[in-house]
Design a binder for this molecule. Sequence first.
Ligand code: NAD
Length: 411
Amino acid sequence: MINMETSQPQKITLKADGTLDVPETPIIPFIEGDGIGRDIWPATRLVLDKAIDAAYGGRRRIEWLELLVGEKGFHETGEWLSEEALATIQDHVVAIKGPMTTPIGTGIRSLNVAIRQKLDLYACVRPVRYIHPVPSPMKSPEKIDMVVFRENTEDLYAGIEWQAGSDEARKVIDFLNSQMGTELSAMTGIGIKPISEKNTKRLVAMAIAYAIEQGRSSVTLMHKGNIMKFTEGAFSRWGYEAAREQFPGQTLTEAELYDKHGGQRPEGKVVIKDRIADMLFQQVLLRPDEFDVIATPNLNGDYISDALAAQVGGLGMAPGANIGDTCAVFEATHGTAPKYAGLDKVNPSSLILSGAMMLDHMGWKEAADKVRAALQATVKDGIVTYDLARQIQGAKEVKCSAFAKAITEHL
Ligand code: NAD
């Protein structure tokens, strides 16, 4: 039972040092999401509320505040993503969202991208960990325990591109051919890949701070700097600089590990290493236990996070968060799966585990651990939604809401 005598609902605030001040009853905005959002959000909310109650005996609870964004927003207010909704997220510091449709013909590329850019949520954080006995293509999936920090604001995703044959593309090509010595043909599409020192260093610093806080052993800078020297190569160089400048006593490079410590990691230190992107794709398959936290530019991050999710059983189980210096939005990593919307059928694990990340972020670790343990125990019992039931022999297929209820019975 939730004790209604918990303190008055209040906003989470930021302290001067950038950490969170979380009241006993924080107000947390949520966006239900489109499509299967209406199925997975109620399931998630039930599990989070019960886990908090189980962990803190009614002393703490979340006061949920619905934001009308996406299709629901458009139908009720005429706006897909209002300035007011963005300001509310900013003002409440922490929020959670279901998947959202990309509106067609509105000039908005994607609501998800708009939220990340407008709130400067510069890191997309994706933990990838195996849950037994989810079917995996790996021989030893239990060796996978990695967290990807993907840069969220620049790289080829900045949207600076021009179609072949357009006036803009022609102008850029004229400039490059006449002034910069290139020989591009007229019908060439152009995309720009900006990678900056400032945005690289803040992303890598966040990954290192996380590794230190969580007692992780290494941060790998994933890049393709052998080919793209001044963008991806610079990412790696600036990443090492960020470690040296901001965490001198807590980090060491892989070279120092072997030169000065005979390959034995000194207690509590985080090893900073780098790997070329294509090689890392091989190594996470062949030697997954050698990698821990991975920091990488936007495009590599997109690829590696989905590939790693597949290695542990697919996107339906993969949680995610978009984090900046002043606020964070936790989200399911899959889309709206419209053909299943409202059928109470799909797997809510991605959003539930994103909720557990949110509880970690708030410092409510006991509740977060309970969510993960209860979800794991439910899957281990063979109680799963259709997507896993068809792959696990002897499993019992249950609806989305029944899966959530089964989780709460383990709390
Ligand atoms: P999708 O992830 O919505 O669905 C692809 C397929 O994956 C589904 O048909 C279903 O078989 C399976 N699936 C997805 N989530 C599942 C779950 N929780 N449980 C079980 N099975 C699940 O991808 P899509 O079809 O490419 O995209 C549909 C819409 O979602 C598009 O409008 C797209 O823009 C949007 N989208 C949103 C996000 C986001 O909000 N972060 C991410 C990706 C796509």
